[in-house]
Design a protein around this ligand. Structure first.
Ligand code: 1HN
Length: 371
């Protein structure tokens, strides 16, 4: 990828569009430096590249490395007030050692032993959990216990009280996604401690939220006003799986309902608006049929993917990896992404697209398609 042309003042005389380096100009540049001023003409290439140049780089983390590390943390590190969560973040190698998967997105593996509670707190960051394997933990959101099982997507809008409890006899791991880097850079973050133990250790099959909101196309008449984040606290695998299976079956019957041949996809949505589940986070599930290739696609904003099932090859910019169940990889802004499946592949995806769409900054490009 071409770098923007930032011209240090001491080389400026050689570069296009730069004034001749006279003693008077040198003196002016020293004055700028002393007064903490920087002239645009030496910086414009860096500030305004012709297309987005992400600092984050394409990267893959393997589940077979992540899970044993989380298990070790489960043995060595207690979970409790202060540290709050036994969550281990993906740190993009391009982001200077910060615990950020991309410039806007946080992704972590979290681990809870049998009998443990993760203490209650709330924060302005929007969050969600996605479960690639296991069950036995309930996340308690404003006192409503929500079961977590393989394939479930559990959104958690900012500023709601939440803790987790594991009443089962085995440990459980899952992934957390949050808009932490975005809220950190924009200095919008608030945080507050709640109780040390969760409000309830009940283990209901269905949360109150699902009993109220989990009926497709049916809205309670007492809740007709739109809310910026979804009130539904669990999107169950059973529904996601059926939606994708039906898309591919309809395609096989000759109906054109898929994103591209052999590629079924759904977006998790807020039932009060039809929009994304969370104001800053878009979440989707994609199913690629066996031996399917996708066209290269790039967009403004970044994504994190987790392979839910199957395997294949993914190419992001100059990087290409084989991926299998549980593996996570990141797609920085404007890096082209394409897939080739082996056995077929199920993928969970989250992105920051709602931010860019709302600000009129979203753009995308697909190979072979003129936008
Ligand atoms: C958090 O509250 C959770 O509630 C997970 O499980 C990850 C990362 C940073 C700050 C708060 C959770 C988090 C987090």
């Amino acid at each position: 990828m071409t770098q923007g042309t930032s011209v240090p003042p001491d080389q400026a005389a050689d570069a296009a569009g730069q004034p001749e380096r006279t003693p008077a100009l040198e003196a002016l540049y020293r004055t700028f430096e002393q007064q903490l001023l920087i002239p645009l003409w030496t910086q414009i290439g860096d500030l305004m590249p012709p297309f987005p140049e992400a600092s984050a780089v394409p990267h893959r983390w393997r589940w077979k490395d992540l899970l044993p590390a989380a298990e070790q943390a489960g043995e060595l590190v207690p979970v409790g007030r202060g540290g709050e969560r036994r969550a281990i973040a993906l740190a993009n190698p391009g982001l200077g050692g910060r615990p950020f998967a991309t410039s806007t997105l946080w992704a972590a593996i979290q681990y809870l032993n049998p009998g443990e509670d993760a203490p209650v707190h709330r924060h302005s960051q929007n969050a969600f959990r996605f479960v690639v394997e296991g069950e036995g933990v309930w996340t308690v959101v404003n006192g409503d216990p929500v079961a977590m099982r393989r394939g479930d997507f559990l959104p958690q809008a900012g500023w709601n009280w939440h803790g987790h409890h594991n009443r089962s006899h085995h440990a459980m791991a899952w992934i957390d996604g949050l808009d932490i880097p975005f809220q950190h850079y924009t200095e919008a973050t608030f945080f507050e401690f709640g109780t040390d133990e969760v409000e309830t250790r009940e283990t209901p099959e269905r949360s109150r939220s699902e009993r109220l909101w989990g009926h497709p196309g049916l809205r309670p008449l007492t809740h007709l006003r739109p809310s910026p984040a979804t009130p539904l606290l669990a999107y169950r695998w059973e529904y996601t799986d059926r939606a994708l299976t039906e898309q591919l079956a309809l395609e096989a019957d000759g109906y054109r309902v898929t994103a591209e041949a052999g590629h079924a996809a759904v977006r998790y949505t807020n039932p009060t608006t039809g929009d994304d589940v969370l104001p800053t986070l878009r979440t989707e599930f994609h199913r690629l049929a066996p031996d399917t290739g996708t066209a290269g696609r790039r967009e403004v904003g970044s994504s994190v993917f987790q392979v839910f099932d199957g395997n294949g090859r993914v190419t992001v910019g100059e990087s290409s990896w084989t991926v299998e169940r549980g593996d996570l990889f990141v797609v920085p802004s404007w890096q082209p992404l394409s897939f080739e499946t082996g056995t077929g592949m199920d993928l969970f995806r989250f992105t920051d697209a709602p931010i860019f769409e709302r600000l009129g900054l979203h753009r995308s490009h697909q190979d072979g398609v003129t936008a």
